[in-house]
Design a protein around this ligand. Structure first.
Ligand SMILES: [Cu+2]
Length: 178
């Protein structure tokens, strides 16, 4: 009699969801196309290059199993004659995507959400490990090397620019604690 409910109990206890609640998405991961991201309402999609903005060296950090978050990096080159202001980000892999920066506070690396990021005309802004990054929060699937993931930036001018990111194993990164 006891035996009859044991397998069910064991199954419930060892269900993957118990160990990785953040990886269980409402969406069906198989239904998500990593290479496309819907245009944010009110925004116009522009192309890197012809828009006067280049997105260079775009990549996403590969993560070990059961880690709920990752980060994206790139260099934003502003070839326009006016400044650009990045006010948001979106991605094909996370339920929430934010602009972050890292800085040392009392000897500890802390991360902070950025409201925006300006790039002066003719200048570039580097998003790289240990500094500014695109925080991918609540991954709907685990990025592994070989995957292509879309990262998009929203600009104050209601423009949205996207690029395909390569998934790479990065160097050591401090834990994403906020
Ligand atoms: Cu972060």
């Amino acid at each position: 009699m006891i035996k009859s409910w044991l397998p069910a109990l064991a199954a419930a206890l060892f269900a993957p969801t118990l160990f990785a609640p953040a990886l269980v998405a409402a969406e069906d991961p198989a239904a998500i196309d990593a290479e496309t991201v819907a245009v944010q309402p009110g925004y116009t999609r522009i192309e890197p290059g012809s828009s006067g903005i280049d997105l260079v060296d775009v990549w996403v950090r590969a993560i070990p199993p059961f880690q709920p978050n990752s980060a994206g990096y790139m260099t934003v080159v502003n070839r326009r004659e006016t400044a650009i202001a990045i006010v948001g980000a979106s991605s094909s892999v996370a339920r929430k995507t934010e602009l972050h920066t890292s800085r040392m506070v009392d000897g500890l690396m802390r991360m902070e959400k950025l409201d925006g990021l300006a790039v002066a005309p003719g200048e570039r802004s580097e998003l790289a490990p240990g500094g500014k990054h695109i925080m991918l929060i609540g991954l709907v699937f685990r990025p592994v090397p070989g995957d292509d993931i879309t990262l998009c930036l929203q600009l104050l001018t209601q423009e949205e620019i996207c690029a395909l990111a390569e998934v790479r194993r990065g160097g050591k990164e401090p834990a994403h604690n906020h």
